[in-house]
Design a protein around this ligand. Structure first.
Ligand code: SF4
Length: 698
């Protein structure tokens, strides 16, 4: 009923990488409710987070004024009550807070050199904000120590994709599943983490598509699967190589495609000879006959797709896992045609766009390498500034190590929450406490803001203009429905203020100005203009013309690699880093659940979502709980070599008897107190999906 609202504004859901378009119904300056509209990724659909998870933006904990740490504040730690922060911080004017923040960071640069200051930007911000943030560190401090949460998410997938197909983005939109005969979903739980994408996956099975689900948890998509492979955690490579072994052994590969579009096939073929399913079933826990059946179904299909999530990427062999998936698609010729493709499902609403915009330590915008003099020159010409380092910068976890090593002394953190999201989080918290100066820009006093010297009150997604890029490579327009509370400002404008105070000469009047600058050195944005996005709402990149919608499937006529060929990179079996032993006999894996998103700073302040899922919880098999003598809903203690938490345990038959599943949204039982910081050598992603754990009744 239009009487329910004064205004209707179209924007993008701020949560997962599906990028659902929404209509925000606004009354008296507040969002009253949200409906799905006809965006290219959602066609009117929304999940519970998109529909009901919006009122965090009006929560009383919202920051409304800049805050400065009091001189007599207690030592830095998790000691701030977000509703009662006055003992730790005092309110300040914008001028005082910005002068203090910029002066302190500039002072560290002048005293210790530019590399003493690092930055974490955010995949929750717009493309323009991500671009400005990486420019702030590179231009302002002369190096590349700038990163964001892609490092904890799909960095290993991107490393493998760039290495083997020449581009880190998906080769086909998830909606292409409507043209597929078979699809693999591995290490992803779309019913909870990409629920609208899951509706397309379910439709696919209803019209007869064969769905192959591979996951150590017998998760919800199992009900729709032709084959459910509940493999042993960390055994991805043995399972995938066994499947590819069968395809070679039975001659099911696409010789014509391999000859025309790939390289290194003979080496891959020879490597795969070592992985017969009968030998691998004991490692991966999937019967050889099932591996053979899956190989035949995938290889003989006319069109097949592969979707994967962080179950694949968050391992010390995450890049190898993705290499196997890429090889599997290539050997079957399942890339470059409708209904085929490789699709890592992105977790945050703008993790694709923030990475595209250069918010990573090794690449400038559009994955142009910082080590290339010509590339850096192209950017410094546009920025009208001197050169910056030609060395790849430090990643999220390396930056925290560098703080402990006294190399980094100051940080600017925009919208990230490493005090909750980093592995072995006490290590990260100690690093934050050690910093000489920490500037945090956010909408709440997050766990990370607890450690701040200056907190700059920023804007929620529904309060700002800007573009975001979803998992499908669709660049979409976000529009403000309400104004930020109190004196809070849009993030891009705050970064501009800081830049000018550290001596840069930035003049942007709006995000549209920033987008125009981005287009100069980003070919991915060709034929995509701000005006067009305002008019059409979304355009997919790459886009071949100003009146084209963009390419939903790419690489039909070759790859952006030498000679246009994709590459097979053989992968060997590497065991997890922290293997169970007598003291820590079970396996801990972390992840998300439907109602909560990432570190919970937004969804735990969304009234409906918090009412549905208010309490920290973990899940384990009923037989495991019985053995512990714990009733479902009772308390357990989880301990690893890093630390220990007490948490409520649920019974869930989907979890194998030797495993524990633990969401990471709850500060009162923070999952990352337990997780292992060991990283994949290529993507530098931590092994969140495998830690040896002890479970006791508590
Ligand atoms: Fe938002 Fe993702 Fe749900 Fe869509 S599927 S409404 S983008 S959380």
């Amino acid at each position: 009923d239009s009487a329910d609202f004064d205004e209707e504004v179209k924007s993008i859901c701020p949560f997962c990488g599906v990028g659902c378009q929404v209509s925000l119904k606004v009354k008296n300056g507040k969002v009253k409710y949200v409906e799905g509209i006809n965006g290219p990724a959602n066609e009117g659909r929304l999940c519970v987070k998109g529909r009901f998870g919006f009122d965090y933006i009006h929560h009383p904990h919202r920051l409304t004024k800049p805050l400065i740490r009091r001189d007599d504040a207690p030592a830095k730690g998790l000691n701030v009550d977000p509703g009662n922060w006055q003992e730790v911080f005092r309110e300040a004017s914008w001028d005082e807070a910005l002068d203090l923040a910029a002066g302190a960071l500039k002072g560290l640069k002048d005293t210790h050199g530019g590399t003493s200051v690092a930055g974490f930007g955010s995949a929750k911000c717009t493309n323009e904000e991500a671009y400005l943030f990486q420019k702030f560190i590179r231009q302002g401090f002369g190096h590349n120590n700038v990163d964001h949460c892609t490092r904890l998410c799909h960095a290993s997938s991107v490393a493998a994709l760039i290495e083997n197909v020449g581009s880190g983005a998906v080769t086909a939109t998830f909606n292409q599943i409507e043209n597929a005969d078979v699809a693999i979903i591995i290490g992803a739980n779309p019913l909870e983490n990409h629920p609208v994408a899951a509706t397309y996956f379910k439709q696919f099975t209803k019209r007869g598509g064969k769905l192959i689900v591979m996951d150590p948890r017998g998760q919800g998509m199992k009900r729709f699967a032709t084959h459910m492979l509940q493999f042993r955690p960390g055994a991805d490579v043995s399972m995938l190589n066994a499947i590819m072994h069968v395809i070679v052994e039975e001659g099911l590969y696409d010789q014509q495609y391999i000859a025309a579009f790939t390289e290194n096939w003979e080496a891959e073929k020879k490597h795969l000879a070592q992985f017969p399913p009968e030998k691998m079933e004991g490692i991966c826990g999937v019967p050889a006959e099932t591996l053979r059946a899956v190989a035949r179904d995938f290889a003989t299909a006319k069109a097949g797709m592969i979707f994967w999530g962080m179950g694949v990427s968050q391992h010390i062999h995450g890049t190898d896992n993705s290499r196997c998936l890429i090889s599997l698609a290539l050997m079957c010729g399942h890339v470059g045609r409708p209904g085929t493709g490789l699709h890592p499902l992105r977790g945050q609403n703008n993790v694709q766009g923030a990475s595209d915009a250069g918010l990573v330590p090794m690449f400038l915008p559009d994955y142009q390498t910082v080590t290339d003099d010509g590339v850096r020159r192209a950017f410094t010409e546009v920025w009208q500034s001197g050169d910056f380092s030609n060395q790849k910068g430090l990643t999220v976890t390396e930056i925290m190590d560098a703080v402990h090593d006294d190399k980094i002394k100051g940080m600017y953190i925009l919208g990230e929450n490493p005090a909750m999201s980093d592995p072995d989080v006490e290590h990260a918290r100690d690093a934050l406490a050690k910093l000489e100066h920490l500037v945090v820009q956010d909408i709440f006093i997050t766990e990370t803001a607890n450690y701040a010297d200056v907190i700059l009150p920023a804007s929620a997604f529904y309060e700002k203009s800007g573009t975001v890029t979803n998992t499908n490579r669709q660049v979409q327009m976000g529009r403000p429905a309400v104004t930020p509370p109190g004196e809070a400002r849009e993030d891009w404008a705050i970064t501009v203020e800081l830049a000018n105070r550290i001596g840069l000469d930035w003049s942007y009047d709006s995000p549209a100005d920033v987008f125009a600058e981005m287009k100069v050195n980003m070919r991915s944005l060709d034929n995509i203009t701000w005006e067009r996005l305002e008019r059409e709402g979304a355009v997919t990149y790459p886009c071949k013309g100003p009146d084209q919608p963009g390419e939903s499937v790419v690489f039909g006529d070759g790859f952006p690699r030498p000679e246009g060929r994709a590459k097979f990179t053989p992968a060997a079996i590497i065991p997890p880093d922290d293997v169970p032993d007598a003291e820590y006999p079970m396996i801990l894996t972390t992840g998300r659940q439907l109602e909560h998103w990432h570190t919970g700073s937004m969804t735990r302040r969304a009234s409906v979502l918090d009412a549905v899922e208010p309490e920290a919880n973990c899940s384990m098999h009923p037989a495991t709980l019985r053995k512990l003598g714990v009733e479902p809903g009772g308390m357990v203690r989880l301990s690893t070599k890093r630390g220990s938490i007490r948490i409520m345990a649920r019974a869930d038959r989907a979890v194998a008897p030797d495993m524990v599943f633990l969401p990471f949204a709850y500060v009162e039982a923070a999952a990352n107190i337990l997780t292992n910081p060991a990283v994949d050598p290529y993507g530098k992603i931590p092994e969140f999906k495998f830690s040896a754990v002890k479970v006791e009744a508590a």
